[in-house]
Design a protein around this ligand. Structure first.
Ligand SMILES: [Zn+2]
Ligand SMILES: [Zn+2]
Ligand SMILES: [Zn+2]
Length: 105
């Protein structure tokens, strides 16, 4: 009887592992929209993308992963992070107009 109980526990445990593992893998991949910002390749949830995606030569060599001009879908994520200049429609941290004029938001 006790042998059966042990094998049931093992089956349940292995079953739980199999259920959990693919989930955590999916969470770690930048190719899946992140839970926080619903954004694929999210630079906030996957900061390593700033390195791996390189720089955007078209737009002042800012990291490609953070370039809103190339990736308009990032606007919502920036707004969520409270890093958005509504006046100039760029992230506050990348707003050269505000930075040049020394404005403090
Ligand atoms: Zn995110
Ligand atoms: Zn760009
Ligand atoms: Zn601005």
């Amino acid at each position: 009887m006790s042998k059966n109980v042990v094998s049931i526990i093992v089956i349940v445990f292995v079953g739980l592992l199999a259920w959990f593992l693919p989930q955590s893998e999916a969470k770690a991949s930048p190719q899946t929209p992140c839970a926080v910002h619903q954004t694929v390749n999210c630079p906030f949830c996957h900061p390593q993308l700033i390195q791996t995606m390189g720089l955007c030569k078209e737009h002042d060599n800012i990291p490609e992963a953070q370039c809103v001009l190339c990736r308009p879908e990032l606007k919502r994520a920036y707004q969520q992070e409270k890093d958005w200049c509504a006046e100039h429609s760029v992230p506050e941290s990348q707003c050269t107009t505000c930075l040049l004029h020394g404005q403090n938001h």
